[in-house]
Design a protein around this ligand. Sequence first.
Ligand code: NI
Length: 203
Amino acid sequence: MKTSHLIAILLVIFLGGAALYVATDMMLPGPKEDRGSGQPSVGGPFSLTNHLGQRVTEKSFAGKYMLVYFGYTFCPDVCPTELQLISEALDLLGKDADQVTPIFITVDPKRDNAEVMRDYVKVFNDRLVGLTGTEAEIKAAAKAYKVYYNPSKDGDAENYLMDHSSITFLMDRQGRYAAHFSYGSKPEVMAARIRKFLKAEKD
Ligand code: NI
């Protein structure tokens, strides 16, 4: 699902040179601009079970960036496509990928138990963490990330599709929203954006 991006105009006046800097594309500004007041409040605490059956919270992933994507393993095309793109972005990051934990949170906990998640995530990337939980835990996590999901009307109790938002969130080392990527974003774009954040930490 494509999300249309609002055009943001950010004016940055540098005291020294009194230089005026105008950025008009929300997808382009660097890390510091993202911390502005227009920052969406996305993310927050969660308590879930990883694909190894261990209980985890957002604190389990603190200290690294997180790439968070909600979907489900029975998804015929959207989820596999996005997870593949995330995986390629990580490959492009090379050693910098150590600073990022890619996380796939199921919106279909009824079918996606830890075992199903374990078999699924390894298809895409060794680094990929699959998270599941109770219906209530998943609902709370999705709410925190403002992710929509709903079983589609077609199908029966075992074979059904899920409608769901398809956005990849980049969260910083403290678990705060840093950026997001709409469905189908190029791996090069994701990798470059992450690199920008990593570089900003060194400046
Ligand atoms: Ni999907």
